[in-house]
Design a protein around this ligand. Sequence first.
Ligand code: AHG
Ligand code: MN
Ligand code: MN
Length: 362
Amino acid sequence: MPLSQRWTLTRYLIEERRRYPGASGDLNALILDISLACKAIARIVAFGELGDSLARAPQAGSLNVQGEVQKPLDVLSNEIFVRMNEWNGQLAGMASEEMDDPKQVPHAYSRGKYLLVFDPLDGSSNIDVNVSVGSIFSILRAPQEVVDSGRDVTDADFLQPGAAQVAAGYALYGPTTMFVLSVGNGVAGFTLDPNLGEFVLTHPNILVPPDTQEFAINSSNSRFWEPPVKRYVDECLAGKTGPRGKDFNTRWIASMVAEAHRILMRGGVFLYPRDTKDASKPGRLRLLYEANPIGFIVEQAGGRASTGRQPMLGVKPTELHQRIGLVFGSRHEVERIERYHHEPIKREVGNPLFAERSLFRD
Ligand code: AHG
Ligand code: MN
Ligand code: MN
């Protein structure tokens, strides 16, 4: 299709806004600023070691609130997200994986009615090996009292269930840069035209197929998995001759945003479930800026997102940087995994999980 007949992100947002005659356009303005931040990050990622921005990145090498080492690009991407959004008057505050506390909108700028939550660079451990990484964002409404008073935001203002998201999306910095967005009316994918510097609608109405033969999980954690997850994976691995009666394929990129994109494009299921590896960490991924936005997009595309036990978007957060077990993707597979979590655990002779001193003994 010639470019002249395609929609830009701007046009998509305007057409969406027409469905709400009373809408102010604030949300659109915010999403366009987020998309600009993503374009800026895409440039830096694409230049890799050739770029000089990395040398200027502040504080690289320090630990973030999760105790993870911040890479220079984590810090720089966070900075870009903050700077490109703090001035626009749409936000009451921001929160990010890379900031311990919420970021206030400086007094020099006006404050607005939305909260922006983001993982500025997901999969950043892959950056040194030139594998796809991305940015993930979630837009919430600020509590009315915050908007009325203009007061500083606190952690509590962000603790809203995923179902309350107004919009969510991600940018994927892969062979092409893509921006995938839901404003609550399905999911649309845009590809960055590097000549125009515009995101162009290339994937309208993305739908996740309900069935799949592909799953993604970090199997090095298998000894820490809970029995329902172990059962699910064992059954997939048993293939044609097992209870599923079909062969499965595995994929593990270790960039959740890239796995999410693959699943949106061709189906599949992703699991980073709650496990017993570290009692202080109920899951690897974070609820507010990883599980909720990806969950919102996947559900808007007809897939399903879950903790394994309950729908992700119904979880009431208790902490800004809360971790959670995450399962998402093709609807029938996620439903099956939830069912396994609710069925009584079958005792298996010889399974060490059920040994005398184990966690799961009766
Ligand atoms: P981040 O780079 O934002 O810290 O997130 C990385 C996440 C996610 O993208 C990926 O699925 C997971 O960590 C990889 O975990 P493993 O180290 O267990 O492979
Ligand atoms: Mn991440
Ligand atoms: Mn990150």
